[in-house]
Design a protein around this ligand. Structure first.
Ligand code: CA
Length: 413
């Protein structure tokens, strides 16, 4: 199936007709939009002009500063709006085409907002390569994975207040660290600032407190996905994380990409699950394909310098699927709410160039990561910009996420 469109957006554009992701951009305040090529379709304008009157939900949801109320209208309405947009973009005489001067906004010039109110954020640890690499470096190379790792998707509750949109500068955190060989901790700027290459999904429908989401229904509770950078201060983390896990090493900032790509757009890129051995408990068992082939890339750009690609990975490497993460998260009766964000954990692949953090790429700071201009890094320096890109590609079309980018500012003194 090939879809023509009057904007002549190429099928291999990140924001092709096959994508149509949702975001919040600036036009007299936060405004809901859908990306198509180099444009944004202003949904608030479409609602106000009654262009959406054929849809069977209250389009006043598009006068809200976040997408939560739209998401709450349900999966059939997300799908109906997507179909309406594809039809309007295919027909040069459509109502949208006739209103294009006002309904379309330049995407590359746009400013973005965090698109949903995120009530709660959870970070998993679901890449076996990442967990194994970290276990080898910090614990026992022979028993890198802790005994629970292959039995449950390990996670922790993170902090939603410091999730920021791509393009927001991030200040290097100060904190307490214990330098190797010293007897007492010191206070100051983190010296081992790192990124973590992750994807995150956004909860699209809720469960009642006390009622778990079964694994075979879990995908229906997911609205879509974004690229996620879980900035991490390794030296703060090393000193603080036992016994209760990540705290100030993680909660100073996390960055997300502006566009939420829907599960419907990702459906053509569904791929085989990783074999889980030993078999998981019945409440986590799945049949069929539950991973997604999403190509990932990380680059580092020094202040005023050239962009160097430092990692290529893929979301398909995940050991635990999103459905298993959500089933596990709720199996005790914990309720999730619309807009909640669940991050995957660092996505490392099998080879060295696919490791999703500088901790792994530099192997704990032992190896230099060489950049294009001859500079090298073990961890992030002030003025460096980290950019993550994600896209699904097949022979017919592309469904891209765009960028998740952030620059590091010097710590406060
Ligand atoms: Ca993480």
């Amino acid at each position: 199936m090939k879809m023509k469109n009057w904007l002549n957006v190429d099928d291999h554009h990140n924001f092709s007709m096959y994508n149509l992701p949702f975001g919040m951009f600036h036009r007299n305040g936060p405004t809901p939009g859908v990306a198509i090529g180099d444009y944004i379709i202003d949904l608030r304008f479409c609602a106000e002009k009654s262009l959406l009157s054929s849809l069977s939900f209250d389009t006043n949801v598009f006068s809200q500063p976040v997408l939560n109320d739209f998401i709450a209208t349900g999966k059939s309405n997300w799908s109906a709006l997507r179909k309406w947009l594809q039809e309007q973009l295919s027909d040069a005489n459509s109502a949208l085409a006739q209103n294009q001067n006002e309904a379309l906004v330049d995407r590359p010039k746009a400013k973005f907002y965090v698109p949903v109110h995120i009530g709660d954020y959870t970070d998993f640890y679901s890449s076996i390569e990442h967990a194994t690499n970290v276990g080898k470096m910090f614990r026992d190379p022979e028993n890198a994975l802790l005994p629970n790792w292959r039995h449950l998707p390990v996670g922790y509750h993170g902090r939603a207040s410091s999730i920021v949109i791509s393009g927001t500068d991030v200040r290097r955190p100060n904190g307490q660290t214990k330098p190797p060989g010293s007897d007492a901790p010191v206070f100051g700027p983190s010296k081992r600032l790192d990124y973590e290459l992750e994807m995150a999904f956004i909860v699209g429908s809720e469960n009642k407190l006390g009622e778990p989401i079964p694994v075979d229904k879990a995908e229906e509770h997911i609205f879509g996905m974004v690229v996620f950078n879980d900035w991490s201060a390794r030296d703060i983390q090393t000193w603080e994380y036992v016994p209760l896990g990540p705290f100030l090493a993680k909660n100073f900032a996390s960055t997300i990409s502006p566009w939420i790509v829907t599960m419907e757009a990702l459906e053509p890129f569904r791929t085989g699950s990783v074999e889980q051995n030993p078999p998981v408990l019945p409440y986590l068992q799945q049949t069929g394909n539950h991973n997604f082939d999403i190509q990932l890339e990380v680059s580092l750009t020094p202040e005023g310098g050239e962009e160097s690609s430092i990692c290529h990975s893929n979301f398909k490497y995940m050991y635990w699927s999103m459905a298993q993460q959500l089933a596990h998260h709720t199996v005790n009766g914990c309720n999730v709410r619309i807009g909640d964000m669940m991050a995957s954990g660092t996505i490392s692949g099998p080879d060295n160039g696919s490791f999703g953090s500088m901790l792994e790429l530099s192997w704990g700071g032992k190896n230099q990561i060489v950049l294009k201009d001859g500079q090298s890094r073990t961890f992030i320096e002030d003025g460096d910009t980290i950019t993550m890109k994600a896209a699904c590609k097949n022979e017919n079309f592309t469904v891209g996420f765009g960028e998740c980018s952030g620059k590091i500012l010097p710590a406060l003194r």
